[in-house]
Design a protein around this ligand. Structure first.
Ligand SMILES: [Zn+2]
Length: 481
């Protein structure tokens, strides 16, 4: 049946259509029809092999012109990265998000467009055998700029109207700067309440406020389940471990290289280092953040103190003198390539934080090439390393690493720190979603693969909700009042 007919077949009741991140973790996009209004929940980039990604990111479940507004939970590319494509295909509505999410999207969508353009250019020049095989980028920098004009920033915790009889409130999710759960209330008298978690964060993360507790009671829940069967290490232990690694490596006369995602992880690591220097836990040493995107993202973090938790605010106002990320001199933010290359010549103990997070591209490769073969140095792994990446081979402590086509022995120490994850784990889900479960009429589990959706179904059933679904792309559901 035609998707629009399916969405409207529930007559008066609102209905949901699952499209992306159903049975997988990227390309988040769900549609909610309430009355005549059609709202999209997120519009993320599907990440995978080139041909499949191009196909899936180009296909929308219905004509984008028919979508009235988009409710964006947070800036991560797997939730926001297909918005420029949606706009290029005719979406004219507003993109509602929190102020920090809007500002992060401005730099992240531009960066994503740049990657899309470069990737298409590379394919057309090196791989395509005939002009017929040439591809166009999914979207361009121009598309990303055009999409930003439709963004409308809304303060967190304040309700606003997103359509006829549809009220929306963003609720702190504690996942990345600006991240929110989305509460949608449909109808005026006894509204049907729906909560979309976006990505849920964790308690006691540096800088950010914790997820809101308790979450509001709702009739329907759409929840992520990325780590529903895992338990993370405590984030506050990570500062102590960083301090230890920096001290030991500096005492050996070595350097510390930290591969890191530019948005979120880099700021957490740098903030812990800055704090440790302020507290006298480590001697000041040169710290370099070597990534133009990280530098821009840090500026956005600096501009949004309204997102900080009490501890970060206290440091910001007093001990830290308004400088959470060492931008006033403790940390050097490197943007120029020549400056980045000059770091190779340094022999003194220092710290380099660079991207990409999984060591597949970017400036981190040059730094690793100059680091891995010397036992004085330490490579500090602070993020997830997917299979078949250089980062994974470092975690596995392979004896030899191939970088830019040449083999280097891995002699440097490798420290793996798992506590920096920005995602809720099993205990966080039980704590945050458990209290909602007994009153839920239904729950939908998305943004998970392998054993994760089943683990989340178990959590919700044990907490008292029996009507739990793990939808597949194209599934629709009527939400009865
Ligand atoms: Zn996320």
């Amino acid at each position: 049946m035609d998707i629009l007919k399916k969405l409207f077949s529930s007559n008066g009741s609102p209905s949901l259509l699952f499209h992306g991140a159903a049975g997988t973790v990227t390309g988040s996009m769900h549609l909610l029809r309430a009355g005549e209004t059609i709202l999209a929940l997120d519009c993320g980039l599907f990440q995978g092999r080139r041909a499949e990604a191009l196909e899936r990111n180009s296909t929308f479940p219905l004509d984008p012109k028919r979508v009235d507004a988009l409710l964006l939970s947070h800036a991560h590319i797997d939730h926001s990265g297909n918005i420029p494509r949606l706009v290029r295909r005719g979406f004219k509505g507003r993109v509602y998000c929190t102020p920090a999410t809007g500002d992060l999207c401005e730099i992240m969508l531009a960066d994503s467009a740049h990657i899309q353009e470069e990737d298409a250019e590379y394919w057309n020049r090196k791989r395509a055998r005939t002009p017929a095989e040439h591809i166009r980028p999914l979207y361009t920098l121009e598309d990303a700029h055009a999409a930003m004009k439709q963004f409308q920033q809304m303060p967190i915790s304040q309700s606003f109207a997103a359509g006829d009889g549809v009220s929306v409130t963003f609720i702190e999710a504690g996942h990345i700067l600006g991240s929110a759960c989305v509460l949608v209330e449909v109808g005026d008298k006894t509204p049907i309440r729906i909560l979309y978690t976006g990505d849920l964060g964790r308690f006691d993360m540096p800088i950010l406020r914790d997820p809101v507790e308790p979450l509001p009671e709702v009739d329907y829940l759409i929840t992520e389940c990325t780590y529903a069967d895992r338990r993370h290490h405590n984030p506050t232990d990570m500062k102590e471990r960083l301090v230890k690694v920096v001290k030991e490596t500096a005492a050996r006369g070595g350097k510390i290289v930290i591969p890191s995602f530019s948005v979120g992880r880099t700021q957490n690591v740098v903030h812990y280092l800055v704090r440790a220097i302020h507290e006298g836990l480590i001697e000041p040493l040169p710290i370099f953040v070597d990534s133009p995107l990280s530098t821009r993202a840090t500026d956005v973090f600096q501009r949004h103190p309204e997102c900080y938790d009490a501890e970060a605010r206290e440091f910001w106002m007093n001990a830290g003198g308004g400088d959470l990320f060492g931008q006033h001199g403790l940390v050097t933010y490197v943007t120029e390539t020549a400056e980045s290359k000059a770091l190779n010549a340094r022999n003194d103990p220092h710290v380099i934080v660079a991207s990409s997070g999984m060591c597949e591209a970017g400036r981190i490769l040059h730094h690793l090439k100059n680091t891995v073969w010397d036992e004085k140095n330490t490579i500090c792994v602070v993020g997830y390393m997917a299979q078949h990446t250089l980062g994974r081979r470092i975690v596995e402590r392979r004896r030899e690493l191939k970088i830019f086509g040449r083999a280097y022995p891995l002699m440097a120490r490798v420290e793996v720190m798992n506590g920096f994850s920005a995602h809720a784990d099993q205990d966080d889900f039980v704590r945050l979603l458990g209290p909602l479960a007994p009153k839920l009429r239904g729950a939908f589990v998305v943004h998970g693969e392998g054993p994760q959706p089943a683990a989340m179904e178990r959590i919700l059933r044990e907490a008292g909700c029996q009507n739990v679904h793990a939808p597949q792309p194209g599934n629709t559901f009527a939400l009865d009042g």
